[in-house]
Design a protein around this ligand. Sequence first.
Ligand SMILES: [Fe+2]
Ligand SMILES: [Fe+2]
Length: 260
Amino acid sequence: MPEDASRTVLEKRIEEFVDLDDVSNMHYVEIFLNATQRPYFKEKGPDYWLNSHSIYVGALASRLGEEVQKAHPEYFNKHIDIRIDTLFIMGLLHDIGKYWLKDPSLLDKTDTLTDKDIRTLRLHPEIGMVILDTDYLIFGHRDAGDVINSVIAHHEIAKKGNGYPYGEDPHELPEYMHIISLADYHITKIDARPYTIPITEAEAKRWAIEQRFGNVIPKPIFKTWLDTDFNILDDFSHKQEFLAHPVKNSQTLYLTTEKY
Ligand SMILES: [Fe+2]
Ligand SMILES: [Fe+2]
């Protein structure tokens, strides 16, 4: 697909969720669209799973943010205090570092990952932060510090010490980070990738309860997430394309959260 056509497809999908007349949104979305045109990803086309993953995480983060704001307005204003369109942008860009991996084919490796592969994949938060900071000078733009947080800290929401790159105490992180991480978890569970099989939203919630996510995630966010049927794939016009991602090697299928 020619560059312009692929960009246009993605831009249209993104426009369903965020106002592109806003100059900061425009700048952030441009960063994402440019990334999708890097050679490896351009060849994969607009329906590549990482493109869909990024847009869906943004969409769900903004939906969840809205629901929390409706159900717990005082909590939202005091502890979250962030624009809904910024939540979309944070989700859209959280994995931006993956687009700059030296060997992006690692993203689609269906064999067992080596320790070195895992270390490399786990560089993506830091790579993303450097790209946003040095190549795209995002600090002139709205909520730039929060967007950087969503890139560097989205794998820190884990049991204390188990997250990366820093192993921070998740209770010390800004509370909106839990919205981004939960959206990332949810979408990773329900979507298909070369190395995972999707499960339903209800199953993803059951697993989260079993794993005691509620010990880490603030109650108003976790409860709102559990109580709301997001049916996230049903709401998107390109659901069929999304679900058509091939699962390449059934022997290596496993259920996972987004560990890397
Ligand atoms: Fe990530
Ligand atoms: Fe992700």
